[in-house]
Ligand binder design. Structure first.
Ligand code: MEV
Length: 314
């Protein structure tokens, strides 16, 4: 039997903008998807045991099937001829926005490589998982599979001419507590990404100005993170949320959780991932602040994840 894992992630800056070549900053979190693959049975059977938003697995099933076929093709295996059983689990819940699809693709790619006795470097696993991401996100930037493969805190810039993306490891003084709040809405990343692309074409002046602001913000945020100026990082997250609202990827449930986190003293808060539902992230240094923000959300019936950014390894 082959085994593999992939990290969950939170995008701290510039989801969506990153699809169009603007730099983004992503951090792996201390939860992962695990996969086991065994060559036998009939056709390709998937047993998804991940905990999560009600309906997540059902809603993503068709995209998941396509993603597995894409990975097999990338490995030169004919999906029509292979028979295998895939088991998915791990402690990363199936929430939208925390890289559940990318983490599962990386986990499955590693488990398949293990089962088929292929010794693949992480760079190749990342490429295979990127193929899988196309099923979930349409035209993905590659930021999610990169975080799921390599972990840590990453500066990512997509190369729009097809060459290698810029992937730089960032380091911060120590890991910082965050809260990830889940609206409970299973979002369709593919539709959200396509929507931004369409509006960008339709309103070039408005969108070009917003994309310029997002680009500048990424550089300021990188500096603030490296200097460990967490108040500034939080302010920039708030600013990033405003830009994401302007490109119409937030929703009232995300805005509600973002406001709630700020009222409870979070240094900053923003949506994270594809938006349109899914999750938000709040910067909450120290356990007490993290607990206050997480509890306030739970008291209103939202599911949360208490985790950290800047963790290098699980
Ligand atoms: C989704 O986690 C992040 C998006 O920017 C899509 C992508 O970059 O592939 C919305």
């Amino acid at each position: 039997m082959g085994r593999g894992s992939g990290f969950g992630k939170t995008i701290l800056f510039n989801e969506h903008f990153v699809v169009h070549g603007v730099p983004g900053i992503v951090s792996a979190i201390d939860s992962a998807a695990d996969a086991e693959v065994k060559k036998n049975g009939k056709g390709i059977a998937v047993e998804d045991t991940r905990k999560g938003a009600k309906g997540y697995a059902e809603k993503k099933r068709i995209q998941q099937k396509e993603s597995i076929e894409r990975m097999l093709k990338a490995l030169n295996i004919d999906p029509e001829k292979v028979t295998m059983r895939i088991w998915l689990g791990g402690n990363l819940p199936g929430f939208s926005g925390i890289g559940a699809s990318a983490a599962s693709s990386v986990a499955i790619a590693r488990a398949m490589a293990d089962e088929f006795r292929m010794d693949l470097p992480d760079e190749r696993i990342n490429e295979i998982a990127y193929e899988a991401e196309k099923a979930y996100a349409g035209t993905p930037s590659g930021i999610d599979n990169t975080a799921a493969t390599f972990g840590g805190l990453i500066w990512f810039k997509r190369n729009l001419s097809g060459g290698p993306n810029t992937i730089e490891r960032l380091s911060i003084r120590e890991p910082v507590e965050i809260v990830i709040g889940n609206t409970g809405i299973v979002a369709n990343t593919k539709a959200m990404v396509a929507g931004v692309g369409e509006r960008k074409k339709k309103f070039p002046e408005k969108y070009n100005a917003l994309f310029k602001q997002a680009e500048e913000l990424a550089f300021t945020a990188r500096k603030a993170l490296e200097e460990f100026d967490l108040r500034k990082v939080g302010k920039l997250m708030n600013e990033n949320h405003r830009l994401l609202q302007e490109i119409e990827v937030s929703c009232k449930e995300l805005d509600h959780l973002v406001n709630l986190a700020r009222e409870q003293g979070a240094f900053g808060a923003k949506l994270t991932g594809g938006g349109g539902g899914g999750c938000m992230v709040a910067l909450t240094p120290r356990k007490e602040l993290q607990e206050a923000v997480a509890t306030a959300m739970e008291q209103q019936g939202f599911k949360v994840l208490r985790t950290k950014i800047g963790i290098q390894k699980l």
